[in-house]
Ligand binder design. Structure first.
Ligand SMILES: [Zn+2]
Length: 64
């Protein structure tokens, strides 16, 4: 009955919640603790950059 925009299962959604992408080298970074992200303590393992963007946002952009 609700087959519109809500057809993505919650479980699927959660997969991307903790995933960020390094803006410097585009490698994926999993952030299990959102607190660390807020404190800007999450570093890219490859290049050490702290400039990250959420992977989830990117997906939403592609869909729209
Ligand atoms: Zn990087």
């Amino acid at each position: 009955m609700f087959m519109g925009e809500r057809n993505v299962p919650v479980a699927d959604n959660r997969v991307f919640v903790g995933v960020y992408v390094c803006r410097n080298c585009n490698s994926k970074i999993r952030v299990s603790n959102p607190k660390l992200l807020r404190l800007n303590k999450v570093k890219c393992r490859k290049c050490g950059s702290r400039v990250l963007r959420p992977k989830h946002k990117e997906l939403r952009k592609l869909k729209a």
